[in-house]
Design a protein around this ligand. Structure first.
Ligand SMILES: [Zn+2]
Length: 162
């Protein structure tokens, strides 16, 4: 039996330390917070994607009284991107959060289902998607690829490589 190791490299800082274009992407995610439909959780999430063609796609979480029918901001944004801009590479995604009636003191990273979805698009496009996480107090955490958030992602044995 061999012992193996997965290394996680990430960057921590604050919003003002980011390059201007990355700050703009985060600001898009922050702007998207107001469009979240989250009357049940009071937890609002905004996700903004930068595509290879320079287009920015914004998403926010959309809840429903039938709880499982809602969708996280990350998947709203990435499904929109893939539907409207198929075969255009996703370069990075910024994710911001805020809560109506409780404090969030740290960045929030994507749920497991979103990680799986994001990881599959990353794998299909054969190009890493940088993830920029932003907290309400402007803390930033960055990973350079989705795979870092989901080692051993689920892969279909039937999926043909693009
Ligand atoms: Zn999610």
């Amino acid at each position: 039996m061999k012992k193996k190791e997965v290394n996680l490299i990430f960057f921590q800082g604050i919003l003002s330390e980011l390059e201007q274009c990355d700050q703009e992407l985060v600001n898009n995610a922050i702007s998207s917070l107001k469009d979240a439909y989250a009357p049940y959780s009071g937890f609002q999430v905004g996700a903004s994607i930068l595509l290879e063609n320079g287009k920015i796609i914004n998403g926010s979480n959309q809840e429903n009284v039938a709880y499982p029918s809602g969708l996280c901001a990350e998947r709203v944004a990435i499904f929109y991107a893939s539907s409207n801009y198929p075969n255009i590479k996703i370069i990075k995604m910024a994710i911001s959060v805020q809560a109506v009636d409780f404090n969030i003191n740290d960045v929030i990273s994507p749920c497991g289902a979103c990680r799986q979805v994001m990881a599959e698009y990353e794998e299909n496009q054969n190009y890493p998607v940088q993830i920029i996480l932003h907290s309400p107090n402007n803390d930033i955490l960055i990973v350079d690829r989705v795979q870092d958030l989901l080692p051993f992602m689920f892969k279909s044995p039937h999926l043909k490589k693009h």
